[in-house]
Design a protein around this ligand. Structure first.
Ligand SMILES: Nc1ncnc2c1ncn2[C@@H]1O[C@H](COP(=O)(O)OP(=O)(O)OP(=O)(O)O)[C@@H](O)[C@H]1O
Length: 271
């Protein structure tokens, strides 16, 4: 669904960053509108996670500007940073649930950290968020009692418990079977539609990207290779994009003879 709202909520301009001497992001621009789901794709090592971490302010870029909700994240006061933090939800692969806490306690964590709400209100809000992700009634369970898909949904409930305006996902459906992955996609779409959240989703999963994206940005070697709607990306004649979509035509593929020749030229030995 294309959004009509023109308010820009994420604005990245000419982002350059290095790890040591190595340039990892090389002039990346990104412009995400309110209520938009932007999917970031690209081969392994193309800089997707690095871009996400920079947008979240976890790393300082070498050059460039990042504005979230109209605020330059490197030029705002500490108090403004705290405010901004509350407007942002993050659901990362590594952000698993704490195993020693119940599902409900996990979801309630941000409310305890950022608000002075009383216990009863915290409990009600966290249970409501568990309802949103179809885990109503599961608050007393321990994470070890949940399936992989349920853990993802509970983590999602935690990331939306503060009603963020911006939501960031890193590989939301990685490691899930296709049916469960598709449920997560539906959930992402429904959060956009019911709560008007704007989202950036990094994923390798083509099916998922095509299902949820308003626009897709493809990174290649730290550069923005292409940005477009799902249709535009699907139609792209760019070879790197076609490779990524694994729809390169058969005759473009190396035949076995050429492949062996190339291996020998590169001094590989076949055993
Ligand atoms: N902390 C770090 N220090 C040095 N190099 C790093 C660091 N993190 C990532 N890199 C390198 O930066 C490049 C981009 O990594 P990044 O994780 O952003 O890529 P990615 O597109 O998210 O890859 P993947 O799809 O495999 O997760 C890679 O070559 C990686 O090896």
């Amino acid at each position: 669904m294309e959004t009509n709202n023109n308010e820009t909520v994420i604005e990245v301009k000419d982002l350059v960053t290095h790890y040591g001497q190595r340039k990892i992001l090389d002039g990346v621009d990104l412009d995400v509108k309110k209520g938009e789901i932007r999917v970031i794709m690209g081969g392994s090592g193309s800089g997707k996670s690095t871009l996400l971490w920079h947008i979240l302010g976890l790393y300082q870029p070498t050059e460039g500007q990042i504005k979230l909700l109209g605020k330059d994240i490197h030029r705002i006061s500490f108090n403004e940073q705290l405010q901004l933090k509350q407007d942002i939800g993050v659901s990362f692969q590594s952000g698993a649930l704490f195993s020693s806490m119940t599902v409900g306690e996990n979801v309630a964590l941000p409310l305890r950290e950022f608000t002075e709400l009383d216990e009863n209100t915290i409990r009600i809000i966290s249970r409501m968020k568990l309802e949103v992700v179809n885990l109503g009634g599961f608050h007393k369970l321990m994470p070890s009692q949940l399936s992989g898909g349920m853990v993802k949904r509970a983590a999602l409930a935690r990331s939306i418990v503060m009603d963020p305006k911006l939501l960031f996902f890193d590989e939301p459906s990685a490691g899930l079977d296709p049916v469960v992955a598709s449920e997560i996609d539906d959930l992402i779409l429904s959060l956009r539609d019911t709560m008007g959240m704007s989202m950036v989703v990094v994923t390798h999963e083509l099916d998922s990207a095509f299902k949820i994206a308003d626009k897709i940005t493809v990174l290649d070697n730290g550069k923005n290779l292409i940005t477009g709607t799902v249709e535009e990306i699907k139609k792209s004649e760019n070879k790197r994009v076609m490779d990524l979509l694994q729809r390169r035509s058969r005759h473009d593929k190396l035949n076995p003879k050429d492949y062996l020749k190339r291996l020998t030229q590169e001094n590989y030995t076949l055993t």
